[in-house]
Design a protein around this ligand. Structure first.
Ligand code: SAM
Ligand code: SF4
Length: 317
């Protein structure tokens, strides 16, 4: 489907849970989240009906996200059924990797072809600090399991945080030389009440370019990341500059939250519920949401927070 501004919408991000086994400082509050009533959340059948409705309107790429999707008990069944929906050509998942050592192979067998794993540091103490509860060894074991499981691509998502990990840009980027994986540096976004990072934390991705003088620009692959490659690298480096150079003009996505809200834009408070609807009603709600996509979101900065009205774990990133 094509929206009001001529953008073809082909990508759905489906959040399957708000719950998480980590508590990343930029994503959610320390005391976790106020657990919603089970009845408010989408059932597995509703999620699959929503994917079918989206696919009937031209969505071809589906990303499963959360909260942490791998804490969802029926995650393998959701993936297996979503992969089988007619029209879905690409099924990806975004995870913190903590449960991947057990789940990488079953996810691959369920039809997931690509996996993104979030990792902001290679230092165990800093990993624990930023995730509040996490153990780097577990996340790293998950990355190794993903590499061994035969996914089409494995990507590392690193949130660039001034004063926290700019000194690790070169070592994180060097992972693309050591392993067949991509590393994407993502600018920190000032969400709702997710951590009070000071101005210096919002580093532009030009800092990554400065610290990687040998990185050579690559042709765009149709995604929102600017791509680069280090000498002799097996994977690429991607820069996602949501603040310093937002990509609204190329936005091809729509989001569905675990409590059944379609979001036309990550940073807009607008939401349209599909909870309790039939597939046909969902299809109409998807159309309405796509036509409600704004041309672009407001500028974001340390002073001007996102208007999303939710933290990232309640949207899916
Ligand atoms: N739990 C999974 C994970 O961490 O990969 C999936 C959900 S998480 C909300 C999806 C992505 O959003 C992750 O890559 C995470 O780093 C990113 N994210 C969360 N809060 C963010 C923020 N304030 N700014 C930029 N990215 C953020
Ligand atoms: Fe959990 Fe992912 Fe948010 Fe971290 S970024 S708290 S792993 S949902």
């Amino acid at each position: 489907m094509i929206d009001t501004y001529g953008r073809r919408i082909t990508y759905l991000r489906l959040s399957v849970t708000e719950l998480c086994n980590l508590r990343c400082r930029y994503c959610m509050p320390e005391d976790g989240i106020c657990k919603k009533d089970h009845a408010e959340m989408l059932t597995e059948d509703e999620m699959i009906a929503a994917v079918e409705a989206a696919a009937s309107l031209g969505v071809r790429k589906l990303r499963i996200t959360g909260g942490e999707p791998l804490v969802k008990k029926n995650i393998l069944s959701i993936c297996r059924r979503a992969a089988a929906v007619e029209g879905i050509e690409d099924l990806a998942i975004t995870t913190n990797g903590i449960a991947l050592s057990e789940l990488a192979v079953p996810l691959r067998e369920a039809g997931v072809n690509r996996v993104n794993i979030s990792l902001d540091t290679l230092d165990p103490e800093k990993y624990h600090r930023i995730t509040r509860v996490g153990t780097l060894d577990k996340a790293w074991a998950g990355i190794e399991a993903a590499l061994a499981a035969g996914f089409d691509r494995v990507k590392i998502n690193t949130i660039l945080i001034g004063g926290f990990n700019e000194d690790e840009i070169t070592s994180l980027a060097a992972l693309t030389q050591k392993y067949p994986l991509d590393v994407r540096f993502i600018e920190l976004m000032p969400m709702y009440d997710s951590g009070d990072f000071g101005k210096a934390a919002y580093l532009p991705n030009t800092e990554v370019r400065k610290r990687l003088p040998d990185a050579v620009a690559q042709e765009n692959d149709g995604g929102v990341a600017e791509l680069f490659r280090l000498p002799n690298a097996q994977g690429q480096i991607g820069l996602i500059s949501s603040l310093s150079n937002h990509f609204c003009a190329a936005c091809n996505r729509i989001r569905l939250t675990a409590d059944g809200k379609l979001k036309p834009c990550l940073h807009s408070p607008q939401e349209f519920s599909i909870k309790g609807m039939t597939r046909e009603q969902m299809r109409a709600q998807f159309e309405h949401t796509i036509f409600s996509k704004p041309e672009q979101h407001e500028d974001l900065s340390a002073e001007q927070r996102s208007q999303a009205g939710r933290n990232m774990n309640q949207i899916g990133g």
